[in-house]
Design a protein around this ligand. Structure first.
Ligand SMILES: Nc1nc2c(ncn2[C@@H]2O[C@H](COP(=O)(O)OP(=O)(O)OP(=O)(O)O)[C@@H](O)[C@H]2O)c(=O)[nH]1
Ligand SMILES: [Mg+2]
Length: 307
């Protein structure tokens, strides 16, 4: 692999303390194409990055997601390595991430932070939240990964041109992973080291709010990939609530107390729940057929490229 073919992509928002060191380390390792996409930092991130020799683009909107999406449109390199600008990942581990994409084993590589993390790198809440979100992802997409939210990742050109990003904030890592699953891109995880933030550098992540956003993104995006999961979950919830209300109504009725409105509510909940199960089966059929068509289309495109 030629290091000129690799673009290092660093999203930053107020990372003035760490950005120069990060850019310099990549330069020392021989990578010259370094793109910093900045989210209108109020500190000296932009000037520090420029002084260190990176190309800096200030994003047109806000949020890490919008920044990555904009960067994917600009980049034309054969390989891309994305890394957070907060100095929590090790530049010297870049080869581990690049190896599977360069060898053609993967279209997208995720650096798994749980393989080796420094004390204090994760708060207890973050550790717990990450574990739960990876499990929800597994249930929704049938692919069991360890670290879907990692900020150290590698891509080939095919991946960055096929991944379509619509979420603007910290849901971006989730959306990247979901897009790879949906577009049949091969994902490989490699173990990496995860360090604690340097003192004074503040996180932009709000664990509870962003955690819920990420969970809802995993769920909402599953509609067109795994409708059985999507609709059965709603159906299951409605049916359970309906049955609980129903049990109460019957119990009261046995004691000669009649609840007409509650009885209607219980029936409606159960009927709607059953309807959701039917939607699930129908949508699954549609998705399965769509997947077959897309599979065929990709095959034809590949054949066409060969000609
Ligand atoms: N361009 C851009 N970058 C952002 C934005 N928000 C965060 N970032 C950068 O994205 C990277 C990840 O953000 P962090 O705050 O470290 O979030 P995190 O790594 O998920 O969370 P921690 O575990 O707390 O570090 C950092 O380099 C941030 O500077 C944004 O709105 N725009
Ligand atoms: Mg971070």
């Amino acid at each position: 692999m030629n290091k000129e073919e690799v673009c290092i992509l660093i999203p930053t928002l107020n990372e003035g303390k760490t950005i120069s060191g990060l850019v310099n380390e990549f330069k020392t390792l021989g990578y010259r194409d370094i793109l910093v996409i900045d989210g209108h930092s109020a500190d000296d991130t932009v000037s520090n990055a420029q002084k260190a020799g990176a190309r800096v683009v200030v994003q047109s909107g806000t949020g890490k997601g919008q920044a990555i999406s904009q960067a994917f449109h600009i980049i034309t390199s054969k390989y891309v390595v994305m890394i957070d600008g907060d100095g929590t990942y090790l530049p010297e581990e870049i080869e581990k991430l690049l190896e599977p994409v360069v060898s053609g084993q993967a279209d997208h590589v995720i650096g798994n932070r749980f393989a080796n993390y420094q004390k204090g790198a994760f708060t207890r809440l973050n550790l717990f939240g990450n574990r739960i979100l990876n499990k929800i992802f597994g249930f929704a997409y049938g692919i069991w990964l360890n670290d879907i939210l990692s900020g150290y990742r590698a891509f080939n050109y095919n991946a960055i041109k096929n991944i379509e990003l619509n979420r603007t904030g910290f849901e971006v890592e989730t959306e990247i992973t979901v897009e790879c699953v949906k577009k049949d891109l091969k994902i490989v995880e490699v173990p990496i080291t995860y360090l604690a933030r340097v003192s004074g550098a503040v996180t932009k992540l709000r664990p509870i709010r962003d955690g819920f956003r990420i969970a809802s993104t995993i769920y909402l995006l599953a509609r067109t990939h795994n409708p059985l999961f999507y609709f059965n979950l709603i159906g299951g919830l409605l049916t359970i609530v309906g049955v609980i209300v129903g049990i109460y109504v019957v119990d009261e009725w046995l004691q000669n107390i009649t609840h007409v409105p509650l009885a209607i509510l219980a029936t409606l909940l159960i009927v709607t729940g059953i309807m959701m199960f039917i939607f699930a089966i129908l949508s699954d059929l549609i998705v399965a057929m769509h997947r077959e068509n897309m599979h065929m289309m990709r095959k034809i495109m590949k054949e066409k490229e060969k000609l």
